[in-house]
Ligand binder design. Structure first.
Ligand code: ASP
Ligand code: MG
Length: 399
């Protein structure tokens, strides 16, 4: 059972979660708990490090950040003890979570759950601090923002159990209910669609945790900790084959603050683009929505792609070193994505997309498609309009 930041945002909330755990134990289940830092705490800690000029990605910043989850784990163990359960906390390294990769964005390379297993078989409810582990040289590492989801899924996999992610909404919705009140809770969704929704901007689950759950076949649920114990219906995430009634489209996700970079007059030998992308990869900049087209001048081509707005300055420095004749960039863009397993089976999917956006006079900059998603690049200010228009056009509105 994983509890996120808002779920443990106050002592009252921690106690509410402890009651949910106690109810689960009373049903006879063996439970391990994984917690995030209290809401806002990780940002607060990060600011401390930032103010000294040590941002995310620094080893000592990671030592500061892991403290957020350390506090919640102890508070949760106390609240469970109050519920007459035997409980104790485990920091990431005490649970033997090993990591590889850089500070601020480490991956879990090994999880010897034996200390947690022993605690459980002795009748304890272990509470593990999420978002953290230790590197090969015994330094504390964090797992990327939202990384407690990954800690929980990895622990569930090691214990051969199921993973319940408790948050402040009752499951995964067809889109963000703050934008479209007609959004509905999705009862069941496939790993692939969940993964795509998370990758395209839905914030309910960290993308890497969805990937991990899919790879290891960990049964997942997203539930609300704000409901009375046992009252949240939530969303089940499972293999597509296990879902009998499938929709063409499952949901609409969005990500604001995208930037577009255009390189004109690049040598049309693929090696030139490869050099550009190699530089960006080295700087750890994720690329999305690539469009390449021939230039009017023979032997040259134009290359456009989108990146996260916060990577723009870093990217332009790298691209400055390339041989493109003319580099321009544009900000204030957003990506809206339609996700569904049925998209590739339907011929009218593009018609619906263009029709709905045209009707609302929303200009499309770029489109990209994959088997289970279509993304459009639009102005930041049009996100609400586009999300609502597509939600209705693909038949997701609540009756
Ligand atoms: N506390 C960390 C964060 O805010 C990890 C998490 O909550 O999952 O990113
Ligand atoms: Mg989270």
């Amino acid at each position: 059972m994983k509890f996120g930041g808002t779920s443990v945002g106050s002592l009252e909330r921690v106690r509410g979660c402890a009651e949910i755990v106690a109810a689960e134990c009373a049903r006879g289940d063996q439970v391990a708990v994984v917690v995030s830092a209290m809401a806002g705490e990780t940002d607060r800690l990060l600011t401390l490090a930032d103010n000294l000029g040590f941002g995310l990605g620094d080893e000592e910043t990671d030592v500061i950040l892991t403290a957020g989850e350390q506090i919640s784990a102890a508070l949760m163990a106390m609240a469970l003890t109050e519920q007459d359960l035997s409980s104790r906390s485990f920091l990431g390294w005490q649970a033997r979570i090993r990591t590889e990769g850089p500070p601020g964005a480490a991956r879990i390379s090994g999880l010897d759950a034996s200390p947690i297993k022993h605690a459980m078989s002795d009748g304890w409810v272990p509470v593990m601090a999420g978002f953290q582990g230790a590197s090969g040289d015994e330094r504390l590492r964090t797992l990327g923002r939202g990384g407690t989801d990954l800690s929980a899924v990895a622990l569930a996999a090691a214990l051969k159990g199921a993973c319940d992610i408790y948050t402040d909404v009752d499951g995964v919705f067809t889109t963000d209910p703050r934008i479209e009140p007609k959004a509905r809770r999705i009862e069941k969704i496939s790993y692939d669609e969940m993964l795509e929704l998370a990758a395209q901007g839905a914030k309910v689950l960290q993308t890497r945790s969805a990937e991990f759950a899919k790879a290891r076949g960990v049964p997942l649920r997203v539930l609300s900790s704000f409901a009375e114990p046992g009252q949240s219906e939530g969303t089940k995430i499972m293999q597509a084959e296990e879902i009998a009634e499938r929709r063409i489209v499952s949901g609409i996700a969005y990500a604001r603050d995208q930037a577009r970079i255009a390189l004109r007059g690049l040598n049309d030998n693929p090696g030139a683009a490869a050099t550009v992308f190699a530089g960006l990869a080295e700087a750890d900049i994720g690329i999305d929505m690539i469009v390449q087209s021939p230039s009017r001048e023979a032997g040259l081509s134009n290359l456009e792609f989108t990146i996260d707005r916060r990577d723009l300055d870093k990217a332009l420095v790298r691209i400055g070193e390339s041989e493109a004749r003319d580099v321009s960039s544009e900000t204030g863009l957003a990506k809206v994505s339609v996700v569904g397993l049925g998209l590739n089976r339907r011929a009218d999917v593009a018609r619906i997309l263009y029709g709905a956006l045209h009707e609302k006079k929303i200009g499309i900059r770029t489109v990209s498609t994959s088997e289970i998603k279509i993304s459009v690049l639009i102005d930041n200010d049009e996100v609400e309009n586009a999300v609502r228009a597509l939600h209705a056009a693909y038949g997701l509105d609540n009756a």
